[in-house]
Design a protein around this ligand. Structure first.
Ligand code: NAI
Length: 341
């Protein structure tokens, strides 16, 4: 199943190499919120990733059942479920922690509407991570990502354990959607259709850089506008179709597994593993935007190198101009919550 995560022949070869050289590397991954809509398929996919050696599934409800079920999949990773009182055992020794805990959107809600509930969930999980696995790589899925990543960082700063190279907001679903939607228009194979998405993870803060993708050549005018809009608001299609029962869970589980696979390949020493992800970033710091998603090279210690955004078209510059003020507000809201609570 290594190929499930690989996007090209080159990537497939590299993944195989990483697999053989990673036999020594013990990679314990903890999923917090593992009983939920995202947590379940994500945990299943992580169980099928040959680089994951141990899975620790935690939730305030349901994790032992999910773990018992997934543990019967005949791959080598061990798999154990933990309930609320056991968060310390769940996190002990974890090198990667993935966090899809929290409430999802209902029709008509923005991601920011989730702030009140999810901010305190992420804050409390951050406290537990600071205590039990301060050196782990942390991947935040809980929305609003633009605010929950800064919240997590502030808790780690208070605890004196913050390492900006080890904290990631997972924006991979925006990359996955861009690839799918663009391929649909151009009739290409999504695996050869890769789009860099920068900015943040909600509405207008999502900025796809279609001008940097050969496959997008010729998509212009209204078709371009519609595509950008669909990438920025694709999550709403799922929220509406699920009609009040949740938001993207299966595609997010897939996207989360892709990101964790890339992260571990980087940790295992594979070179040139690059994913867009929302991290503490110098790119727009001078404009007061402390966290920003752009292509990030992943390595043994997490963030190896933050790539600049590169050449933007005039349309993309406009999208970025609309993104930055919103992003700045979302970040400030997270920081304020964490420092005042
Ligand atoms: P869900 O409601 O199906 O599952 C959430 C799980 O979190 C539940 O099992 C719940 O028991 C658990 N939980 C709540 N508080 C917890 C705590 N303190 N500790 C551990 N677990 C806790 O929701 P779903 O659909 O899985 O979505 C989860 C989050 O992911 C939402 O905030 C959603 O907005 C976000 N999301 C993010 C995406 C992204 O691209 N980053 C894409 C889609 C959703």
């Amino acid at each position: 199943t290594t190929t499930m995560f690989a996007r090209s022949t080159a990537a497939r070869t590299l993944a195989r190499r990483a697999f053989s050289s990673s036999a020594r590397a013990e990679r314990k991954v903890a999923v917090l919120g593992a009983g939920g809509g995202i947590g379940q398929p994500l945990s299943l996919l992580l169980k099928t990733d040959p680089m994951v050696t141990s899975l620790s599934l935690y939730d305030i409800r349901g994790a032992p059942g999910v773990a018992a079920d997934i543990s019967h999949v005949n791959t080598k990773a061990s798999c154990k479920g933990y309930e609320q009182a056991d968060i310390g055992s769940a996190l002990k020794g974890a090198e990667v922690v993935v966090i899809p805990a929290g409430v999802p959107r209902k029709p008509g809600m923005t991601r920011d509407d989730l702030f009140n509930t999810n901010a305190s969930i992420v804050r409390d999980l951050a406290k537990a991570c600071a205590e039990h696995c301060p050196k782990a790589m942390i991947c935040i899925i809980s929305n609003p990502v633009n605010s929950t990543v800064p919240i997590f960082a502030e808790v780690f700063k208070k605890a004196g354990v913050f390492d900006p190279k080890r904290l990631f907001g997972v924006t991979t679903l925006d990359v996955v959607r861009s690839s799918t939607f663009l391929s649909e228009i151009q009739g290409t194979d999504p695996k050869d259709t890769r789009v860099t998405v920068i900015g943040g993870h909600s509405g207008v803060t999502i900025v796809p850089l279609l001008s940097q993708t050969e496959v997008a050549k010729g998509v212009s005018g209204q078709a371009y506008k519609d595509l950008v809009k669909r990438i920025q608001f694709g999550g709403d299609e799922v929220v509406q179709a699920k009609a009040g029962t949740g938001s993207a869970t299966l595609s997010m589980g897939y996207a989360g597994a892709i990101f964790v696979n890339s992260l571990i390949r980087g940790m295992n020493g594979e070179k040139n593993v690059v994913e867009p992800t929302f991290v503490k970033s110098p790119l727009y710091e001078s404009e007061g935007v402390e966290y920003f998603s752009s292509n990030v090279e992943l390595g043994a210690n997490g963030v190896e190198k933050i790539h600049p955004v590169g050449q933007l078209s005039s349309e993309e510059q406009e999208l970025l101009n609309a993104c930055l003020p919103d992003l700045k507000k979302n970040i400030a809201k997270g920081v304020e919550f964490a420092t005042s609570s």
